[in-house]
Design a protein around this ligand. Sequence first.
Ligand code: P6P
Length: 338
Amino acid sequence: MSQRTSFYKFISEEQREHPFASGKLTGLLLEVLSACKKIAHLTGNGELANEAMGSAGSENVQGETQKKLDILSNDLFIESTEWCGYLAGMASEEMDHCRQIPAVFPRGRYLITFDPLDGSSNIDINVSVGTIFSILELPEGVEDVKDEHFLQSGAKQVCAGYCLYGTSTMLVLTTGRGVNGFTLDPSTGDFLLTMPDIKIPVDTNEYSINQSYSRHWQPPMKRYIDECLQGADGPLGKDYNMRWVASMVADVHRLLCRGGIFMYPMDQRMEAKGVGGKLRLLYEANPMSFIVEQAGGMASTGYERIMDIEPTALHQRVPVVLGSSNEVERVVGYHRQA
Ligand code: P6P
């Protein structure tokens, strides 16, 4: 029998350390995990479930082609959590507007934003994808939940996490007291503590960016990547390695495990379109920033701390530079100098 700590035991012990904890967050997280297990099963079938593969023939609010699994995962997440009585409303990458919990279910005081299947463009090539989620509190005195109630800075998050559907299924979570990783034991369905108290190394020589867009980057980003490419003979005095999975959950998980810097910067294409970046603030940048900061890393747009941004729209996009703190500091310094 495994001697490892189950997620339920871990979160119950954490809850006991909060004298005023009601157990509502624990209850919500258990249903979020139930949703993630179902999504893990769905994505794990791959081509065997080919009715679930391929395009759904629709686009989401971002103008991105929706995969059938995007929509199936979104619906699974809603069905698994909306009934639990701890939520007031939900907002997803796959839904134009927020969804208030239907009156048929009891309503709680938590809000959840989520990307049900981040990196879904990788599904057809069997590369890791994941679910990202962020939990906020419904503002005092609000009864009818609207999009505006989700527009809270990342500093207001109560909890953030992701589930990575990779060679194993892993949950990584923070409630503001550090970051812990749990691996799904397929034989029991339990998430077991396998990466306690994750800390990101402050230095790195591994960067993660989609280099094919380099001609569009702003000067500070061009300067940094050029210096990385100069290696040990250049101003940074060391050789760098590059990784780009094109699945944020996978790229961020790697830097949590061994350090690194992940960047999806602003570029001229986005400026021309008047959008703030590629990645979405409420359900990609903010939850990942909370996790990275709680693991001792740093998360910036290049110009400001991501978790300080006051959101103005549900699907707002921002530039992202996050990971090993000394490396992020350097990139932020280049932006400031510019
Ligand atoms: P590109 C996936 O679609 C995503 O939102 C992130 O998970 C990932 O980091 C990024 O977009 C990949 O973008 O332009 O390289 O395809």
